[in-house]
Design a protein. Structure first.
Length: 80
């Protein structure tokens, strides 16, 4: 298992590396990604799912900053 909590810019390079590892059957079986930027989470999720052997299992949001436009997004991926 792995937990990723990237900065606002996301984890594009890490997502690419994890996608490549999954194609070789290496790396964690489950990945939890917590992100403060839903758009970079979507970009990184697309890399995992379309370029690697990952499946989005669960997703959700947490409103940690009420009355603002900011949310924490959480996505759980399982390696196929």
């Amino acid at each position: 298992r792995a937990l990723i909590d990237p900065p606002r810019e996301g984890a594009q390079a890490l997502a690419q590396a994890l996608a490549e590892q999954s194609l070789e059957g290496h790396g964690p079986q489950r990945l939890v990604m917590v992100s403060c930027n839903p758009s970079t989470l979507a970009r990184d999720a697309a890399i995992l799912v379309h370029k690697g052997r990952w499946q989005l299992s669960k997703a959700g949001v947490a409103n940690m900053f009420p009355q603002t436009a900011h949310v924490e997004s959480i996505a759980v991926f399982d390696r196929l």
